[in-house]
Design a protein around this ligand. Structure first.
Ligand code: DGT
Ligand code: CA
Ligand code: CA
Ligand code: ZN
Length: 582
C-alpha cells in the first residue's frame, strides 16, 4: 500500500467514527494521522519495519503505529471494517457526497437508520429531513442537489490526479524489454478535464501468449491496485485503491496505430469515422483499415496513416468529439492549435499579501524559471475577508511593492515584467469591491464572483453584466464558479455575458487550476467564435501552481483555440497596449 492509500483508509475511519458519535479527540487523531501519512516523503510500507521511526512521525502514537502496521501487512484496517459492517457499505459513499458531512450523516442515521444514497434521497424527497434538528427545508433542498451532483460525477477522476499515475504506468510499460510501444488512449489522451477510467495500449514483436504474458503480470504488479476486474489473454482491467480503473490492451505491432485511434475515441468521433470508411467501401476497426476483400489499406502501425487514407488531415486527439473536426480535416481547415510554448505570461496569481504562499519576488522568480516574459500579481480584494483581501489603502501599498519589484526584474536577465493587478470581487449587485480610482491604477483588473452563488439566473446574469461594463475590468475570472467533482456552475446566461464581453473588450479567463478549468472547452470555443479574447491563467497560490498552465492549455485546445485567440501569447508591449485600450 502506498501512503495515500493508507491516508484514505485512516480518513474514512475518522469519518465513520464521527458518524458513530465517537469523541472528537479520537476522530481527530485519525485525521491527523492521515495527514502525517500523506505528507510523509518516505514510503510508510518501507519505513514500517522500524517502529521507532514510525513513532517519530507527528501525531503517530503506539495505537496508530499498530494501525499502520496492520494496514501495511493486511491491506485493511479492522476498525474500519467493523464500522462499515455496522452501517452497511453505503455509508462510505454517503460520506463522499460534497455537502453531506459526517455530522449530517450521523444525524440521519440516528433518526432513520438509513445509510445509502437512495434512501437519503427518498427521505429528502418525502420532506422528512427538514424535520431533523439543525436541518430545514433549505438544507433538505441542498442535500438533494448535492446528491444529484454527486451522481453526475461519481466514478470520475480529475485529470491532474490521473496524470502522475498515467506517467508512471506508461514509464513502467515502456521499460519492459518486450514492449516496443506503449501509450495512454481514451479521454486522458483527448485532454479531458476528468476521466472515467484510463486506457493503456502496448505493442511489441513478442508480448507472449498463454494465461499471463509478462507485461500483464507487470501491470498487475503495479502499486496501489485493489483488485483485478477482468483478465484475458490480451486484456486486463484493474481497480486501484482510490477507485480509479485502468485497462491494458496488448495489440499486434502492425495494429498499434489503428488501436490507438480506436481506443482514443471518442465514441462519436469513431462512429463518424467508420461511416466515412464505409462510404469509401472500406472497413475501419481496431486492427486497421481494410478494403472489401480484407486487404490492408493503411499501414495499421501508424495512426496518421488511417486518417490520411480516409482523405483527412491528422486530427489532434483533443478535437475528437465529433464537433466538426472530421469535416474540417477533410477541408484541410483544422486550426493550428495553441501549444504550451506559445504562452508568454500568466496574469492571475496570489501572494502572501492575501492567501498566497509566496512573495511577489518568489512568484516572479518561479515565472522567470518557466521562461515567461511577464506576470500579473492579482491578489484578492477586501470582501474576501477569509483570504485577508486588500482594501484601498493596502491595495495602493501593494501596487507600490509590485512596481518596485518590477523595476528590479525588468532589469534582470532574462527580463521579466511584473504587472500590477487585482482579482476584485464582484459584489452581489454587480458593483466591484474597490473604489474606481484604485482600480484605475491597475494594469490588469480581473473581476470574479466568490459569494452568493445561489442567486437566480436572472440576478447572476445582471450581476456579471454590470461588472463587465465597468471601465476598469479587463478580464472576467473563473466565470462560471464551478469546482470540478464538487460544485456545479452557478446559473446564468453565458451567451449574454459573452456578448457583453465582446462589446466592452473584456477577455474571459480559462482558469487553469485543475479543479476549476473554468470556463470549459465548449465555452472557450464560443469565445473565439464571438471574437472574445481568452486569457489562460493559473490562479497560482504557490510557485508550484504555475505549472497548472498545461491543464488550461488542454482545455483551450479542446476548445479549438489558436495562439491568436489567447491574450497571454502576446509579447508584453502588445499585451499592455491591448489592456490599455477597451
Ligand atoms: P471515460 O473513460 O469515460 O473518461 O471516456 P473514454 O472516452 O476514455 O471511454 P472508454 O474508456 O469507455 O473507451 C475509450 C475509447 O474506446 C472510447 O472513446 C471509444 C473506444 N470504445 C470503447 N468501447 C467502445 C465500444 O463499445 N464501441 C466503440 N465504438 N468504441 C468503443
Ligand atoms: Ca477511459
Ligand atoms: Ca476504458
Ligand atoms: Zn478567484
Amino acid at each position: 500500500m502506498e501512503n495515500q492509500d493508507l491516508g484514505r483508509l485512516l480518513r474514512e475511519t475518522a469519518d465513520l467514527l464521527e458518524v458513530a458519535g465517537e469523541d472528537a479527540f479520537r476522530v481527530r487523531s485519525y485525521r491527523k494521522a492521515a495527514e502525517a501519512v500523506e505528507s510523509c516523503p518516505e514510503r510508510l510500507a518501507d519505513l514500517c519495519a522500524d517502529r521507532k521511526r514510525l513513532l517519530a512521525l507527528p501525531g503517530i502514537g503506539a495505537r496508530m503505529a499498530d494501525n499502520i502496521a496492520e494496514m501495511v501487512s493486511t491491506g485493511r484496517l479492522r476498525l474500519r471494517e467493523e464500522l462499515i459492517e455496522r452501517y452497511q457499505p453505503g455509508m462510505l459513499e454517503l460520506l463522499k457526497v460534497q455537502g453531506l458531512g459526517p455530522k449530517t450523516v450521523s444525524l440521519i442515521w440516528q433518526t432513520h437508520r438509513v445509510a445509502t444514497l437512495d434512501e437519503v434521497e427518498a427521505l429528502a424527497r418525502a420532506g422528512r429531513l427538514r424535520e431533523l434538528p439543525r436541518l430545514g427545508a433549505k438544507a433538505e433542498e441542498k442535500i438533494l442537489r448535492a446528491i444529484a451532483n454527486y451522481r453526475s460525477v461519481r466514478g470520475r477522476t480529475l485529470r491532474a490526479t490521473a496524470e502522475p499515475i498515467v506517467e508512471e504506468v506508461v514509464a513502467r510499460l515502456r521499460a519492459r524489454p518486450e514492449v516496443r510501444q506503449a501509450a495512454v488512449a481514451g479521454s486522458f489522451r483527448r485532454g479531458c478535464e476528468t476521466v472515467g477510467d484510463l486506457d493503456f495500449l502496448v505493442a511489441g514483436p513478442d508480448l507472449g501468449h498463454g494465461a499471463e504474458p509478462p507485461v500483464i503480470a507487470a501491470f498487475l504488479a503495479l502499486p496501489s491496485l485493489a483488485e483485478t476486474l477482468a483478465q484475458g489473454e490480451n486484456k486486463v482491467s484493474v481497480r486501484r485503491h482510490d477507485g480509479l480503473q485502468m485497462d491494458l490492451r496488448l495489440v499486434p505491432e502492425a495494429s498499434f496505430g489503428a488501436a490507438l485511434q480506436y481506443f482514443t475515441g471518442s465514441q462519436s468521433h469513431n462512429v463518424k469515422l467508420r461511416q466515412r470508411a464505409q462510404r469509401r467501401g472500406a472497413k475501419l476497426n481496431e486492427y486497421g483499415l481494410f478494403d472489401a476483400a480484407g486487404a490492408s489499406l493503411a499501414e495499421g502501425s501508424e495512426e496518421a496513416a488511417i486518417y490520411r487514407q480516409l482523405g483527412l488531415d491528422w486530427i489532434p486527439p483533443e478535437l475528437r468529439e465529433d464537433a466538426g473536426e472530421i469535416e474540417a480535416a477533410a477541408a484541410h481547415a483544422l486550426p493550428a492549435l495553441l501549444a504550451p510554448g506559445d504562452l508568454r505570461g500568466d496574469l492571475h496569481m496570489h501572494t502572501v499579501e492575501t492567501d498566497g504562499r509566496a512573495t511577489i519576488e518568489e512568484m516572479a522568480e518561479a515565472a522567470r524559471a518557466r521562461g515567461y516574459e511577464y506576470i500579473a500579481i492579482t491578489d484578492h480584494s477586501q470582501a474576501l475577508a477569509m483570504a485577508h483581501g486588500l482594501d484601498e489603502t493596502r491595495a495602493r501599498a501593494h501596487i507600490a511593492r509590485i512596481r518596485a519589484a518590477d523595476a528590479v526584474f525588468a532589469a534582470g536577465t532574462p527580463p521579466l515584467r511584473i504587472l500590477a493587478g487585482i482579482e476584485v470581487d464582484i459584489l452581489a449587485d454587480g458593483r466591484l469591491d474597490l473604489a474606481d480610482d484604485v482600480l484605475a491604477e491597475m494594469d490588469v483588473v480581473i473581476a470574479s464572483v466568490h459569494s452568493r452563488f445561489d442567486q437566480s439566473a436572472a440576478q447572476m446574469t445582471e450581476r456579471l453584466l454590470r461588472a463587465v461594463a465597468h471601465p476598469s475590468v479587463r478580464v472576467l475570472g473563473h466565470a462560471t464558479g464551478r469546482l470540478l467533482l464538487r460544485r456545479p456552475a452557478y446559473q446564468f446566461d453565458f451567451a449574454r455575458v459573452l456578448a457583453a464581453c465582446r462589446d466592452h473588450g473584456v477577455a474571459i479567463e480559462i482558469n487553469a487550476s485543475p479543479d476549476r478549468l473554468d470556463i470549459n472547452d465548449v465555452q472557450a470555443r464560443a469565445c473565439a467564435q464571438q471574437g472574445v479574447a481568452v486569457v489562460i491563467n493559473t490562479d497560482a497560490h504557490h510557485p508550484r501552481h504555475l505549472d497548472f498552465m498545461r491543464y488550461g492549455v488542454a482545455t483551450a485546445r479542446r476548445g479549438w483555440l489558436r495562439a491568436a485567440d489567447v491574450l497571454n501569447t502576446l509579447p508584453c508591449a502588445q499585451l499592455l497596449a491591448r489592456l490599455a485600450r477597451r
